[in-house]
Design a protein around this ligand. Structure first.
Ligand code: MN
Length: 247
């Protein structure tokens, strides 16, 4: 099995190092990740300049681009093979509900998915970052499962793991995305040159966090596994839109 690993926290982050180590017994692991923290980069491709790929002493490739750039470059030119699976993470912090729209962790996996490869985004659902080992174990288990039992259709899984020791994990639950309240207000700052600067605030608290959501599973100590799709069509509004256009 050939496994492509990426992330959005940067190639030097503890999450990606532990993830690569955990996956190594399962096959050939190649890491291609951003050279710096690109959290919040979403599905952005760099189109206005060429990108460079360099190799760190530990063998990881790093790119002066986005998470999406990394997976795109890896699959379409850097590697001389098509990976069997793309695993992105382990993100330092949750990617649940609306986070998935902005997340570079999810975006790296989404790029694999869009290129036809089964892909998994893995996040440790806490900024404390105490138990990356739990998330690494879950990533391993899911990749093993894909080897043993292929999903059978194109798949993009968004996985959030509670930040507790492995024995305290409460099992896996298939979930839907919850929703967050709107983000906290932007923070206004004065620059040394007297300009007002704006610093985007943190994500809002969970709004829809009821049973069946990713928030609910993680809150109750279970690993959340959400199958995502990239088709943004508002399928439930097609008829309404047609009716509106006929007015
Ligand atoms: Mn991140």
């Amino acid at each position: 099995m050939r496994i492509l690993v990426s992330n959005d926290d940067g190639y030097f982050s503890p999450g990606i190092t532990l993830l690569a180590e955990a996956l190594r017994p399962l096959g050939e692991v190649t890491v291609v990740a951003p050279e710096r923290d690109r959290s919040g980069a979403s599905n952005s491709l760099t189109l206005d300049r060429p990108l460079t790929v360099r190799r760190a002493p530990n063998g990881f490739y790093f790119v002066n681009g986005t998470p999406t750039d990394c997976v795109h470059i890896a699959v379409t030119g850097l590697l001389d093979f098509i990976p069997d699976v793309v695993v992105s993470g382990i993100n330092h912090g949750a990617n649940m509900g609306d986070d998935t729209i902005y997340s570079g962790t999810v975006a790296a996996a989404a790029e694999g998915y869009l290129l036809g490869i089964p892909s998994i985004a893995v996040s440790l659902a806490s900024k404390a970052g105490g138990h990356f080992d739990s998330a690494a174990g879950i990533a391993c288990a899911l990749v093993k499962r894909l080897m043993r039992a292929p999903f059978g259709e194109p798949v993009l899984l968004n996985v959030n793991v509670p930040d507790v020791a492995p024995p305290a994990l409460g099992g896996l639950e298939v979930t839907r995305l919850g929703r967050r309240h709107k983000a906290e207000p932007v923070v206004k700052l004065q620059t040394p040159r007297g300009e007002t600067a704006y610093w985007i605030g943190p994500a809002g608290a969970a709004a829809d966090a009821g049973p069946g959501t990713d928030f609910h599973a993680v809150e109750n100590g279970r690993v959340s596994v959400t199958p995502l799709r990239m088709d943004l069509t508002g399928t439930t509004q097609l008829a309404h839109a047609r009716e509106w256009l006929s007015k």
